[in-house]
Design a protein around this ligand. Structure first.
Ligand code: AMP
Length: 211
């Protein structure tokens, strides 16, 4: 099974992708994670994309498309995969079928912009163990300190409020047209990204199994 998840940053694509990946035993491919991995490894490519990502803009198509093409060659993609964060614009969507072949479904997560700003700008993560918190909905016991390992929590640069607003603007301008692209092909499945995580994933699993 090959799935695409579309939705603005913070809509819950990553969380649902993990659940669907486990249930259907298919790989979860996040192009944001592939890029962050390059930054962490301090590769030339990583250096090139750091500032672009911190500002909330899109990385050039050729870079992301090349990373994706290499990733789907790996063994864990034989059974299928979930694309989380790709395609992000019409040109990527048009190119995609030549890389992946037929896509089974495109899931669109719908969430209001104000809810996203609150959700993302409140996010904090532990730089050491990776544990995630939210200052309002899932705060650590001690302000700014990781419950798991005691490290000082940080806010990812691209989760800062101004960057989130910019990422939403970029999303509406460049990603929304791909929704119509897949709708016209009859592949679109819309789901609300607001609500309990397990309810959303149960709905998606049931609907995808029946499709
Ligand atoms: P994400 O983790 O999916 O929110 O992605 C984080 C950042 O990575 C985005 O704000 C972009 O700068 C970059 N990025 C991820 N996927 C793509 C893509 N398909 N095309 C261009 N840039 C991307």
């Amino acid at each position: 099974m090959k799935l695409i998840l579309i939705g603005c940053p913070g809509a819950g694509k990553g969380t649902q992708a993990k659940k669907l990946s486990k249930h259907f035993d298919i790989a979860h491919i996040s192009t944001g994670d592939l890029l962050r991995e390059q930054i962490q490894l301090k590769t030339e490519l990583g250096k090139k994309v750091t500032n672009i990502m911190n500002s909330g803009h899109l990385v050039p198509n050729e870079i992301v498309t090349q990373l994706l093409s290499q990733r789907i060659e790996r063994e864990d993609c034989k059974n299928g995969y979930i694309l989380d964060g790709y395609p992000r614009n019409l040109s990527q969507a048009e190119k995609l079928s030549s890389i992946t072949g037929e896509i089974d479904k495109v899931v669109l997560f719908e969430v209001d912009d104000n809810a996203i700003i609150e959700r993302m700008s409140g996010r904090r993560s532990c730089p050491k163990c990776g544990h995630m918190y939210h200052i309002k909905y899932n705060p650590p016991v001690t302000f700014d300190i990781c419950d798991e390992c005691g490290s000082k929590l940080i806010q990812r640069k691209d989760d800062a409020e101004e960057t989130v607003k910019n990422r939403l603007k970029v999303y509406h301008e460049t990603t929304s047209p791909i929704v119509s692209f897949y709708d016209e092909k009859g592949l679109l499945l819309k789901v609300s990204g607001v609500g309990a995580i397990d309810e959303i994933s149960s709905y998606l699993i049931k609907t995808l199994e029946e499709a």
